[in-house]
Design a protein around this ligand. Structure first.
Ligand code: FPP
Length: 249
């Protein structure tokens, strides 16, 4: 029985978020430039997108570039930005054909114009895709997002659009860049580190975490299905007891 066949399609994680880590170490282990690792990373994205469609996952969010990544050497940043433009432009037609709609989260105002343009075109071209929503986190960090939401909430309170006493968890959710998305059910991090690195801190309040030593360029369909199976072996209790969860069923 293949890993795919073992998946219980009635208990799928609807939203999977991934911290794609290990491109640099993958390249170093082979005596290659870090840029080569990032290029292989794009091939891994393609495999995982196909696997997500096949498994009927609804939303896949990829951490492609964090706010902190702006501190990397300029040469690496330039290479990554060129790679994004190349990959987004090249993949748009296939994404559209496969019913994938693209969205982005993050401070896109900091991105070079060529990346914003490629992204905007891809978002527009793929807007009717219904098989998978692929969210690319670019120049994203959770602390940036929460500060931004706080600024907008405060501004709406000052304008009288919102009352302080009406601010609830739901209100905060509406001011986040992920307002139209469900919270991730499963967060995967490749590359062996076990931390969340300023990614979807609010939204991952009840996500299941899955860490793997596999470097991102080696993460493929089977690795993706393995993570889903691991998730399906867990009981999500949301603060309740096991007995309550069993009787809720
Ligand atoms: C982390 O590995 C990876 C990144 C910072 C970049 C990931 C970006 C891509 C794979 C390209 C994305 C393209 C599109 C179109 C979304 P690392 O460099 O931190 O690896 P290390 O920890 O081994 O050094």
């Amino acid at each position: 029985m293949s890993l795919f066949e073992k998946i219980d399609h009635h208990r799928l994680p609807s939203h999977i978020a991934i911290i794609m880590d290990g491109n640099g170490r993958w390249a170093k282990a082979r005596g290659l430039e870090r840029a080569e690792g990032h290029r292989e990373g794009v091939s891994a994205i393609r495999k995982v997108v196909e696997a997500a469609i096949r498994a009927s996952v609804q939303t896949l969010t990829l951490y492609a570039f964090s706010t902190e990544n702006w501190y990397r050497p300029a040469e690496e940043i330039d290479g990554l930005m060129d790679l994004m433009v190349y990959a987004i432009t090249k993949e748009t037609a296939d994404l559209k054909k496969n019913g994938v709609s693209i969205a982005s989260i993050g401070d896109t105002s900091r991105l070079p114009v060529k990346v914003r343009e490629a992204l905007d075109t891809c978002i527009r071209e793929t807007q009717d895709g219904r098989n998978l929503k692929l969210v690319i986190a670019l120049s994203y960090s959770s602390k940036w997002e929460l500060a931004e939401a706080t600024r907008r909430i405060t501004s709406d309170v000052i304008k009288g659009i919102l009352k302080t006493e009406d601010i609830s968890e739901e209100t905060i959710g509406r001011y986040l860049t992920t307002s139209k998305l469900s919270d991730p059910d499963l967060l995967i991090r490749t590359g062996g580190e076990q931390r969340i690195s300023n990614f979807l801190l609010w939204q991952c309040a009840y996500a299941e975490f899955y860490f793997t030593e596999t470097f991102w360029p080696d993460f493929d369909e089977e690795a993706f299905y393995k993570a889903i199976l691991d998730y399906q072996g867990r009981q999500r209790r949301y603060g309740k007891t096991s007995e309550q969860i069993e009787s809720d069923k």
